[in-house]
Ligand binder design. Structure first.
Ligand SMILES: NC(=O)c1ccc[n+]([C@@H]2O[C@H](COP(=O)([O-])OP(=O)(O)OC[C@H]3O[C@@H](n4cnc5c(N)ncnc54)[C@H](O)[C@@H]3O)[C@@H](O)[C@H]2O)c1
Length: 390
């Protein structure tokens, strides 16, 4: 029955979510973790989550029982049965992942796909620890995996076409929507989304608008959350780490230069909701205190001499122009298709439109002109238009 057996290594937030997804779709999921008791705890957490769905009337109790019955625990990696695919979701460390992939190659059948849920590491570098890099692929699930429909299927330089096609078929069989991309820094979602945060932080840092104004303006443009309420939710440290990793991996491309204001927030321990203070302040029950966060770190209201409407318009216009630029550039470099970029941004971040389609509607020439103006106002390469804009 190796065809429907999925090994999941690492039973943290993502591994548990992935096991849940796979088992709910009818496959057998076998979870393992180096931390004693972690896989059992994850299995029981999945049982609790299924129980809550039953209580809310969203899942039949026999479906919950059969899903849980399809989740097993293996004491060690060597105890994993032969699998059709193993999904790795251990901590984000290249050396640890390479050791694990070498061990998986030694213990799993030759035809097992070896997949990594890495958010930021190069698939080719992970695969380099094996003699069979053709079967190594990225399966980047989003958190929480049972809820988020998108999975980025990431191919390293040596990932075979057969592996890619099998990976796409598994993702579809698990009820998810796959998109494909090369192992480019940040893949699709974490790359294209960078300016959503970067522009907001720059505008705030320059004192052109306040955090609530910027959040309201972007929500007004159809984004489900403003950039500051969103980064406070994600964790300023987590968001900064992703941005810094993309910046480093692109040879410090000025498009992704970290913003001092966000670095200062993190250095002060103002990590967002989880620390009670980020851009905004939060009460003990997690609700937002109405005043913007620490005055030392967050500038006050915008300059009264400038009309608020045009300022907020600027934040929205430059954010959208930069999102379009990132999306078009990714496609221009051959990392992903237009259709996949648009699907990824709508499912992975709930943007109101796919950025490529959005750019085409605004006019790539209009976007290129906006960027050229910004490039003139802020020289240094951050706003250079993609050759893909024409
Ligand atoms: N949390 C997210 O939002 C998110 C989203 C997408 C992808 N990811 C990626 O998924 C992976 C896991 O993230 P997470 O948030 O679930 O982490 P986590 O810290 O919650 O869980 C990691 C688990 O892996 C176990 N582990 C560590 N080394 C191991 C090894 N050698 N063998 C077996 N188990 C081992 C740990 O004991 C822990 O239980 C990371 O690569 C991360 O970048 C995370």
């Amino acid at each position: 029955m190796s065809e429907t057996t999925v090994g999941v290594v690492g039973a943290g937030a993502m591994g548990a979510g992935i096991a849940h997804v796979v088992a709910a779709a009818g496959a057998r999921a076998v979870l393992t973790d180096v931390r004693p008791g972690a896989a059992e705890a994850a299995r029981s957490g999945i049982g609790d989550a299924l129980g809550r769905l039953v209580a809310k009337g969203r899942l039949a109790s026999d479906a919950a029982e059969s899903t849980l019955a399809r989740i097993e625990v293996a004491a060690t990696l060597g105890d994993l049965p032969p699998c059709a695919v193993v999904v790795e979701a251990i901590r984000e460390d290249l050396g640890d992942k390479q050791d694990l992939f070498a061990a998986l190659e030694a213990t799993q059948p030759r035809d097992a796909l070896l997949a990594t849920n890495t958010s930021s590491l190069d698939i080719t570098a992970i695969a380099a620890a094996t003699h069979t890099p053709d079967r190594v692929v990225g399966l980047h699930f989003f958190n929480p995996a049972p809820v988020m429909r998108l999975v980025e299927v990431v191919h390293g330089r040596q990932t075979s076409q057969d592996t890619l096609e099998r990976a796409l078929a598994y993702v579809r069989a698990w009820g998810k929507t796959p998109v494909t991309c090369t192992s480019t820094p940040g893949f699709i979602v974490n790359r294209v989304a960078r300016p959503y945060y970067g522009e907001a932080f720059r505008v705030l840092e320059e004192g052109l608008a306040s955090a609530p104004e910027i959040d309201a303006a972007l929500r007004g443009a159809g984004f489900p959350m403003g950039p500051f309420e969103l980064t406070d939710l994600i964790g300023q440290d987590v968001n900064l780490a992703v941005g810094t990793s993309v910046w480093e991996q692109t040879g410090r491309d000025p498009r992704y230069t970290p913003v001092r204001l966000q670095q200062d927030l993190v250095a002060h321990g103002h990590l967002g909701r989880k620390s009670g203070q980020g851009i905004y302040a939060y009460a003990a029950d997690g609700s937002r205190v109405e005043e913007p966060g620490s005055e030392a770190l967050a500038p006050g209201p915008s300059d009264p001499s400038t009309p608020a409407a045009s300022l907020t318009h600027d934040v929205v216009a430059r954010t959208i122009a930069m999102l379009v630029n990132e999306a078009v550039d990714l496609v221009h470099r051959g990392e992903a298709s237009e259709a996949d970029v648009d699907v990824a941004m709508q499912l992975g971040t709930r943007y109101p439109r796919g950025p490529v389609e959005w750019g085409r509607e605004l006019g790539f020439d209009v976007v290129a002109r906006q960027l050229a103006e910004l490039d003139e106002a802020y020289p240094g390469g951050r706003y250079r238009p993609s050759p893909g804009l024409g």
